[in-house]
Design a protein around this ligand. Structure first.
Ligand code: PLP
Length: 430
């Protein structure tokens, strides 16, 4: 019997997250206060989960995962399988390349974001909060946090960019199913939102506006706390559960990747997948090519490496990152989760040192979805629009003659069952 799936037993779930900070050749450039206005660090201290902020600055290589969070991970279906893409290799006519993919699409809400949502929800509950607030753009993060809140018994309020809120009714219903309160942003529920909403009840909104609403809401209620789904160090660290499992799975198989690929918006799934392997490269002299797949509408890794705000409203400290500029407007795409102006500071640092390659695909998404479709035909399930970027790149790399004999690993960050409208539009399916 030929099996394509390599699963880990439940008791092999990693017990610690990996923090790459101590293995970097030098300390990461720290967050900075802008020259004017109130202290942004103090503001974050008042609006975010304290344990997360502690982890954000930690230099411990290993951070124990509390048993309760490990139970939640198992509840959410971890460990997740690593699969050999045998059927895709056959369809592509490849005889020498070995393709493997990690299945984060098997998450209950359809994306890897539950890995940090569960951790943040758990710590918030420990710290006595009763409600989580957040913003969401594509909707994956809002759904993951609504799920995390439901599992630990907290309330959840999501501010969702109106232009997306309006057309993703299924995902909105799913958030409500988990008991979350969901507002189209700008909303009538915060002062900042109201100032825009009253002028234009159909205001499209933006991620920046929604972040400002989530923060204002948390600031005005001492029982509420604000959560972020990507970019920050602690988020990438929670996501290393993906790469740590993958590493164990490769060990059991007697394989090791030569090339690792995933899509990158703010960097959480790419970082979670590769960082444990980057650690090997930095400390054991291993050689792996890491490639981040992006969209030409938000090719943040091709921006400038400098200090910039993480949000449009300038409420966050300045982070040293590759950025397109925090006021940049980006055209909507179907892989909306990839639309963010900056890349996480950890991955930006690694990119600046030459450890990470990048590709940006055209904004009409035809090349990405048409290439990804080969994966659907061969492997038989539908990845998220965002995940399609990494898959398309993996297929393109697999076809290069110079990669014969290589092991290529990619991460399927989510499923696309709630994004059929987008695929249909681009591929003309209906
Ligand atoms: C949010 C999201 C992304 C992009 O965010 P990262 O933080 O860069 O991982 C990618 N894939 C899926 C399925 C997402 O939900």
């Amino acid at each position: 019997m030929e099996v394509n799936q390599f699963s880990l037993p439940v008791d092999a779930l990693p017990k610690k997250w990996y923090n790459i900070a101590p293995d970097l050749p030098e300390p990461l450039p720290p967050p900075k206060e802008p020259g004017s206005g109130p202290s942004r660090m103090e503001f974050l201290g008042r609006t975010m989960v304290h344990e997360c902020l502690r982890q954000e600055a930690s230099t411990d290589r290993w951070i124990p995962i509390p048993e309760e969070i490990r139970e939640l991970y198992i509840q959410a279906g971890r460990p997740r399988p690593l699969c050999r893409a045998k059927r895709l290799e056959k369809l592509l006519g490849l005889k020498k390349v070995r393709l493997y993919y990690k299945r984060e699409d098997l998450s209950p809400t359809g994306s890897h974001k539950v890995n940090t949502a569960l951790a943040q929800a758990y710590y918030a509950k420990q710290e006595g909060y009763e409600r989580l607030t957040t913003e969401t753009g594509a909707g994956q993060w809002g759904t993951a946090l609504a799920y995390g809140a439901a599992l630990v018994g907290l309330k959840c309020t999501v501010y969702w960019v109106r232009s997306v809120y309006n057309w993703k009714a299924d995902r909105r219903a799913l958030m409500k199913m988990f008991g979350a309160e969901v507002f189209a942003s700008p909303s009538n529920n915060t002062e900042f939102g109201r100032s825009l909403y009253e002028k234009d009840k159909n205001h499209d909104g933006s991620l920046g506006i929604a972040i400002s609403e989530g923060l204002e809401d948390a600031l005005g209620d001492e029982k509420a706390v604000y959560c972020l789904g990507s970019v920050l160090n602690h988020v990438l660290m929670h996501q290393t559960i993906i790469g740590l499992e993958t590493k164990k799975q490769f060990e059991l198989l007697g394989e090791y990747p030569d090339i690792m690929i995933s899509c990158l918006g703010g960097g959480s799934n790419f970082g979670g997948f590769i960082l444990p392997f980057v650690g090997d490269v930095l400390t054991q002299g291993k050689k792996i090519k890491f490639i981040a797949a992006q969209s030409e509408v938000a090719p943040n890794l091709q921006g400038e490496y400098r200090y910039d705000f993480a949000d449009v409203a300038e409420t966050t400290p300045l982070l040293k990152m590759y950025t397109l500029g925090h006021k940049t407007e980006m055209k909507p795409i179907r892989g909306d989760g990839l639309r963010y102006h900056g890349c996480s500071p950890i991955l930006s640092y690694l990119r600046n040192k030459g450890y990470i390659d990048t590709i940006a695909y055209p904004g009409d998404e035809k090349r990405v979805f048409e290439t990804m479709r080969l994966f659907v035909e061969a492997e038989g399930f539908l990845p998220a629009p965002e995940s399609s970027y990494g898959i398309a790149k993996a297929i393109e790399e697999a076809r290069k003659p110079e990669n014969a004999g290589k092991v290529i690993a990619f991460n399927v960050s989510g499923h696309g069952f709630m994004d059929m409208v987008g695929f249909s539009d681009v591929l003309g399916l209906l």
